[in-house]
Design a protein around this ligand. Structure first.
Ligand SMILES: *Cc1c(COP(=O)(O)O)cnc(C)c1O
Length: 385
């Protein structure tokens, strides 16, 4: 069985569970994004919510990327990591006043506005500071991303964005507001999207929206297509860097940009998922009547995705190459949902073996909690371990 290349000897001195980041793979991924987006002059803002580990953020900022934030805390984390304010975009359905003020005080590039009610508050808060807020309207394009229901965002029934049918009304109101300036339109249809047809549908829909704007005599400077590109959770070694070439080519082929328009993206998962792994030790192997349980010292407090949205992570015993056996791999948390995988084939597990949960760099460490009074996991990096 092909496994990731882990410095198991160095792990022996460390307390588990912890996150282990392959920074060389992250750099390779960032280089690929720069090359492929660069071919078309596209701007890339890394979606901080996928992984806000300070070292990871610094590495991404040093590579010249912008940041996509969905909270005031993320705006602050982006600034602290060295992302220039002029490359920070701020989305989110429920921005609190202090969060909007933080964006205004730092003159961030753009607020991605998700409702008329929010637009009016941004106008009011900007007026109080004597500033003009740059805004993009987050439009709900009604494109089905064909992904898990809990991570789709671009349909009418989702809480995100302004519905297409209400766009005209919002534009009318926007024209009356004095302290907001429309600089773009924004869409984000969901996450872990592997079918390029969804992105084709999105691009065509944005062309239609541009026609509608033109009919009203409007043209925006910026188009933002959000994030959402998926990764291969089943074969982390096979394609460790996602196919950014195919992804950006879809937009380049179908988009009809107006002269001078800038095109933006907000990838999160596709940049960081494959470089992160959750490393844990086997605490016990419990031989039940009908199945065997491999009980780890990591649980959903360290990696929530399987419990939250039935997500698959490849699980490997990186301590030995003994013949495989089947286990239900579970954590120690007192909830029945604390299961990483059922009937998983692992090289025979023994107490103390290291188990790697692969492709855990996105929506992993950042979602960790202290439920059951547990400690937050530490992180180690391939270049400094
Ligand atoms: C979550 C999110 C992203 C990133 O999504 P990925 O699937 O991780 O690429 C981008 N933009 C917005 C507005 C988001 O909420």
């Amino acid at each position: 069985m092909l496994k990731g290349n882990f410095p198991v000897d160095k792990f022996k001195a460390l307390q588990t569970p912890f996150y282990y980041y392959n920074v060389e793979l992250l750099q390779e991924t960032l280089d690929m994004v720069k090359t492929e987006a660069g071919k078309y002059g596209y701007h890339v803002h890394y979606a901080i919510k996928a992984n806000a580990n300070p070292r990871i953020l610094q590495l991404i900022a040093q590579n010249g990327f912008g940041a996509d934030c969905v909270s005031g805390g993320e705006v602050q984390a982006a600034l602290d990591a060295g992302f220039p304010a002029g490359k920070i975009v701020f989305a989110g359905v429920g921005k609190a006043d202090w969060e909007i003020n933080l964006g205004l005080d730092n003159d961030i590039f753009c607020f991605n506005v998700e409702s008329l009610a929010e637009l009016e508050i941004i106008d009011e808060l900007a007026a109080a500071k004597g500033k003009t807020a740059a805004v993009a309207l987050r439009i709900n394009p009604e494109v089905d991303a064909h992904t898990h229901a809990k991570i789709t965002t671009g349909m009418k029934e989702n809480k995100f964005g302004i519905n297409l049918s209400q766009l005209g009304m919002v534009l009318d109101r926007l024209a009356e507001l004095k302290f907001v300036k429309l600089i773009g339109i924004h869409c984000h249809i969901g996450s872990q999207i592997t079918d390029m047809a969804a992105f084709r549908g999105l691009t065509i829909r944005v062309n239609e929206i541009q026609d509608e704007l033109a009919a009203r005599g409007l043209q925006v400077e910026n188009l933002n297509f959000g994030g959402g590109l998926g990764i291969d959770y089943y074969h982390p070694n096979h394609l460790p860097v996602p196919a950014f070439d195919n992804y950006f080519a879809v937009f380049n082929k179908l988009l009809q940009p107006r002269p001078g328009q800038q095109v933006h993206f907000e990838p999160g998962r596709s940049i960081v998922a494959q470089c992160g792994n959750l490393i844990s030790r086997v605490l016990y192997v419990k031989e039940g009547e009908t199945k065997n349980f491999c009980i780890l010292d990591a649980g959903f407090t360290e990696l929530l995705r399987p419990a939250m949205y039935d997500a698959y992570h490849r699980i490997e015993n990186i301590s030995n190459d003994e013949p495989v056996a089947k286990y239900d791999v579970v954590g120690p948390i007192c909830e029945s949902s604390d299961v990483f995988g059922k009937e998983v084939e692992l090289n025979k597990a023994h107490r103390g073996d290291f188990i790697a949960l692969r492709s855990a760099g996105a929506y992993g460490e950042v979602m960790a909690s202290q439920y059951n009074c547990r400690q937050l996991p530490k992180a180690y990096y391939s270049d400094t371990i």
